[in-house]
Ligand binder design. Structure first.
Ligand SMILES: [Zn+2]
Length: 450
C-alpha cells in the first residue's frame, strides 16, 4: 500500500452519496441517457450554418448529367451544385476533384494551393467527407468552394475568388456535455466504468492518473465504488462525438476515498489535484502498462532460465504481446535499442536522480530513439518477449543514480501543491464541479422516480 497516513480519510458525502444512491436505484446505464443535456460550449465560437445531409458514394456520372448542353446560354445554367464526396482508398485530392468533373488543370492547381498552405495531405483518409461547391461552366464544372475537416473541430475552407482562391481555417463549435457515471467494481474498474457508458479512453486515463497511488491489482476490491464526472464533446455540424476530459473522479477503496479534480491553470496548463490541492502527477508511474498483472517482484528469486537464485532488479508485468508501454514520467530517452538479455530496451532519464527502464519489448513506438523527449503516459513501446525471456512481459526498473531500486517501495514527494491565488482559483473550480455533479445526480434521482 502506498497511501500515506497524512491523506485525510473521507467517505462519500453530499452529491457523491446521491449519485451512488441513484446508481443503486437505476439498472445499468439507462440513467445517463436521461440526464439533462448541458450546453457549455466555449466562448465566441462561430456557429456555422447547418450542412445538408451528406451524400455517400455519389454516382460517378452525376457531374456530367448536371452539366447542361453547351449550347444553352450561361444564364440558364444552375447556379451551384453542392456535393459531399467520400474519399475512397487510394484517392488524392486531384482524383476526387476529377471524379466530380473538375478539369485536370484546375484540380492540380487547387491541390498545389492547399499543400503550399496549411493543408497536410495525410489528413485525407478513406471514408472522410469532402464538401464541394461546384459551378457549372460550358466545359464542365469548376470549383467554387471546398471544405475539408482537418480534425475534430477545425475545417479548412477554400473559396474561389475570381480566378484565384482564398483559404481559411475555421474553428467549428464544440458542445461539451457533462456526464456522471457511478457504479461498483466487480471484476475490474475498466469493465465496471465502460458498462456505465464511460469511454474506454477516459477509463484508461483515469487508471494512468491514479497509477502512482493505486495498485489496481491489489488495492481495488470487488464492491469498491466509483464516481466519474466527465465531458463528452460534440461537433454539431458533423455530428461527431468524442470523449472530453475527466472533471472529477473518486474511488472508494475499502472505506477510504481517493478523489481528484481537474484544474486549469492561468497559463492554460491542465492538471489534476486532490481536494487539498496536491498534484496527482507524481514523479513516476508505478504501473507503466495498462491491465497488467505483476508476475515477478523485486528481490531474490530462482531464475526460470538460468536455474539459480539471482537478484531480480525490477518488476515483471505479464501482459499480451503488443500491449502499449508508457513512459513512467516526463524525461529524455537515454537508450532505445537491443541490449543483450534485456532484448529490446528503453531507458528514460527523468531528472538528476531517477531513470526508468523497460525491457523485452516486441517493438518501439514510432519516434522513440536516443535523445527524444517523452511525456508521462506517452507510449514508448509494446510488450514482447525479446532477449532472455520465457514469455511476453514487461520488465520494469526504476534506477536511482545507476542502481535499481524496488519500484513498489520507492516513494517520491508529491510534485506540486497549489498555493496562494492558484489555490483560491482551484477552490472555486472545486465548488463549480461539485455544483455540477450535484445537479446531475439530482436529475438522475428525479428521473429514476418518474
Ligand atoms: Zn524481470
Amino acid at each position: 500500500m502506498s497511501r500515506d497516513a497524512s491523506r485525510p480519510r473521507s467517505t462519500f458525502t453530499g452529491w457523491r452519496r446521491a449519485a451512488l444512491a441513484a446508481a443503486l436505484l437505476l439498472a445499468g446505464g439507462a440513467a445517463l441517457a436521461l440526464l439533462r443535456p448541458f450546453d457549455a460550449s466555449g466562448p465566441g465560437w462561430p456557429v456555422s450554418p447547418a450542412l445538408p445531409e451528406p451524400v455517400v458514394a455519389p454516382p460517378a456520372d452525376l457531374p456530367a448529367a448536371m452539366v447542361p448542353p453547351a449550347r444553352l446560354p450561361p444564364r440558364h445554367l444552375p447556379a451551384r451544385i453542392h456535393r459531399v464526396v467520400e474519399v475512397a482508398r487510394g484517392d488524392t485530392l486531384v482524383t476526387v476533384l476529377q471524379r466530380v468533373g473538375v478539369g485536370r488543370a484546375e484540380a492540380h492547381e487547387v491541390a498545389t494551393r492547399l499543400v503550399r498552405g496549411p493543408f497536410d495531405p495525410r489528413v485525407l483518409r478513406p471514408g472522410q467527407a469532402l464538401e464541394l461547391e461546384l459551378e457549372p461552366v460550358r466545359e464542365g464544372v469548376r470549383l467554387a468552394g471546398l471544405s475539408i475537416a482537418v480534425d475534430f473541430a477545425r475545417e479548412l475552407r477554400l473559396v474561389r475568388d475570381g480566378d484565384d482562391y482564398a483559404l481559411e481555417q475555421v474553428e467549428l463549435p464544440v458542445v461539451r456535455r457533462p456526464q456522471l457515471a457511478t457504479g461498483t467494481v466487480e471484476d475490474s474498474l475498466f469493465l465496471a466504468a465502460t458498462a456505465q457508458g464511460v469511454p474506454a479512453a477516459l477509463v484508461m486515463e483515469l487508471v494512468r492518473l491514479l497509477s502512482w497511488d493505486v495498485d489496481f491489482q491489489r488495492d481495488l476490491q470487488p464492491g469498491d465504488r466509483f464516481v466519474i464526472l466527465y465531458e463528452e464533446e460534440e461537433q454539431p455540424d458533423r455530428g461527431d462525438r468524442r470523449p472530453g476530459g475527466i472533471l472529477y473522479a473518486a474511488l472508494g477503496l475499502s472505506g477510504q476515498t481517493l478523489a481528484f479534480y481537474r484544474f486549469e491553470h492561468a497559463d492554460g496548463r491542465v492538471d489534476y489535484y486532490d481536494p487539498q490541492g496536491r498534484s496527482l502527477r507524481k514523479s513516476l508511474l508505478r504501473t507503466p502498462v495498462d491491465g497488467a498483472r505483476i508476475s515477478s517482484r523485486f528481490g531474490l528469486r530462482h531464475h526460470p532460465i538460468l536455474g539459480y537464485t539471482k537478484m531480480h532488479k525490477g518488476i515483471d508485468f505479464a501482459a499480451p504481446t503488443g500491449t502499449p508501454v508508457y513512459a513512467a514520467g516526463d524525461g529524455v530517452v537515454e537508450f532505445a535499442g537491443r541490449n543483450g538479455s534485456y532484448g529490446n530496451y528503453v531507458r528514460i532519464r527523468h531528472n538528476g536522480e531517477y531513470k526508468t527502464a523497460y525491457a523485452h519489448l516486441s517493438r518501439f513506438a514510432k519516434g522513440i530513439r536516443r535523445g527524444v523527449r517523452v511525456r508521462q503516459g506517452q507510449v514508448i513501446g509494446y510488450v514482447g518477449s525479446t532477449g532472455r525471456s520465457t514469455g511476453p512481459h514487461l520488465h520494469y526498473e526504476i534506477l536511482v543514480g545507476d542502481r535499481q531500486v524496488n519500484p513498489l517501495s520507492v516513494r517520491q514527494p508529491s510534485s506540486e501543491k497549489l498555493a496562494g491565488a492558484e489555490l483560491e482559483r482551484f477552490r472555486r473550480t472545486v465548488a463549480a464541479i461539485d455544483a455540477l455533479g450535484e445537479r446531475l445526480a439530482r436529475s438522475s434521482l428525479v428521473a429514476s422516480r418518474e
